[in-house]
Design a protein around this ligand. Structure first.
Ligand SMILES: C[S@@+](CC[C@H](N)C(=O)[O-])C[C@H]1O[C@@H](n2cnc3c(N)ncnc32)[C@H](O)[C@@H]1O
Length: 401
């Protein structure tokens, strides 16, 4: 190796060793006749339990391995000697880039400028649920060091978004007296209908527990493998007394009450089963993120004109039916005394199923024009939503009053 490349590598090694000044390191490509272990390595500083670490993400073209190192543990020289063709080190006051050409000639480029570390202490603090929460490790969203796995970032974001929606809505429902203030004697009861792998069920449990809210959580799913797996996790975490899982279908559940009913991406009319159960059980707060919709799509045969311009295109008809289904669900809840909002659950880039119906039981009766609008819309489209059939008695009673 030439003394020029030796000098440049020693310079970047010294810079990487100053963890407190480091912003990021990128190693990629292979030098002539050399075969480094990975296609690309990214290194950045992070805080783990307030202690600065190096986080190294090594990608071999198929998968990324994440490892964290304390200062002194990272073998910087060994890494740099492996033969990466491109080495970039950004630090607080600038950057150094080393490039080895195809003929193994070294080019060094230095820049002066202000860089800011990507993952500052403050950003770690902004999270509602620490990535090191034992449940996130148990369900495989975080690795054993408490770092979110690159492949599970979307799920972690979904968990965070869900808690960001739950927390203020719950607080204002409690403040307004719509939900009784939880106590040890009367914990807040949350029922998750179609809980599946229970990421969000556990998240709600862990987050509210961290806020000292006494809770009782039940997850319902008709697939027995979920109960086994989730109950095992609950046992491991020592929370089996406050979170339980049942193998039941939503429409036949043995649960009879809830303060908060959750149904996130329960398939097709299972969402209607969940809403109907929540209404009949007088649940005070509903957080419903619908999944696929088939009910109205198959019912829409001849659309009122000039809407055939939309329904003649399969894809547009499908989307229109989804919107119609959810608008009618929201209106039914409104007619039954809920204050309803339809909001974005999580940005469309994470999942196309990104709509949430958030409803709080206030008992305020909607005026007759709202019922009229509902009747006119279903008559116009000649549809009979699954939810209206499940709540026929309740809807009849409300329109009688
Ligand atoms: C797409 S997964 C969503 C899981 C979880 N809520 C989430 O958002 O991560 C839908 C779950 O609902 C369950 N499910 C669908 N229909 C159901 C029904 N009628 N009764 C009980 N569970 C049902 C499925 O078994 C599945 O686990």
């Amino acid at each position: 190796m030439s003394s020029e490349s030796d000098g440049a590598l020693a310079e970047v090694a010294a810079q990487i060793a100053k963890l407190e000044e480091l912003v990021r390191v990128l190693l990629s490509g292979a030098r002539k006749d050399l075969s480094p272990s990975f296609e690309r390595i990214d290194i950045r500083p992070i805080l783990l339990k307030e202690i600065p670490h190096y986080q190294m993400l090594s990608n071999d073209g198929r998968q990324t391995i994440t490892k964290n190192y304390l200062p002194g543990e990272l073998k910087i020289d060994e890494l740099l000697q492996q033969g990466y063709a491109n080495i970039l080190v950004e630090h607080l006051a600038g950057s150094i880039a080393i490039q080895f050409t195809k003929k193994d000639k070294v080019i060094v480029h230095r820049d002066i400028g202000i860089n800011t570390p990507e993952l500052t202490h403050d950003r770690v603090k902004e999270r509602l649920l620490k990535s090191s929460d034992p449940f996130l490790i148990e369900v495989g969203i975080s690795d054993s060091n408490g770092i979110v796995k690159p492949s599970r970032q979307d799920k972690y974001k979904q968990v965070e978004e869900f808690l960001r929606l739950l927390w203020p809505t719950l607080n204002s429902a409690i403040d307004a007296g719509h939900i009784e203030k939880p106590s040890q004697e009367r914990p807040l009861k949350i029922v998750d209908l179609g809980s599946g792998s229970a990421y969000l069920t556990f998240a709600a449990h862990q987050f509210l527990t961290s806020k000292n809210i006494p809770i009782q959580v039940v997850g319902i799913d008709n697939r027995s493998e979920f109960r086994e797996k989730n109950s095992e996790i609950a046992k491991k975490l020592g929370i089996s007394k406050t979170i339980q899982f049942k193998v039941e279908t939503i429409s036949d559940t043995t649960e009879t009450s809830a303060d908060v009913a959750i149904a996130l991406h329960a398939c097709d009319t299972a969402t209607d089963d969940a809403i109907a159960w929540a209404v009949k059980s007088k649940a005070k707060l509903l957080l419903i993120a619908p999944c696929c919709h088939h009910d109205l799509q198959s019912q829409i045969k001849d659309s009122p004109e000039p809407w055939s311009l939309l329904t003649k295109h399969g894809l547009i008809k499908e989307r229109l039916s989804d919107l119609l289904t959810d608008a009618l669900r929201a209106q039914i809840l409104k007619l039954l005394g809920y204050r309803v909002e339809v909001i974005e659950f999580i940005g469309g880039e994470h999942t196309p199923r990104n709509l949430m119906i958030r409803a709080v039981l206030t008992g305020v009766k909607s005026d007759a024009t709202e019922a009229k609008k509902y009747r006119e819309l279903v008559a116009m489209w000649k549809v009979s939503p699954s939810l209206s059939k499940k709540l026929a008695a309740e809807m009849e009673y409300s329109s009688d009053k």
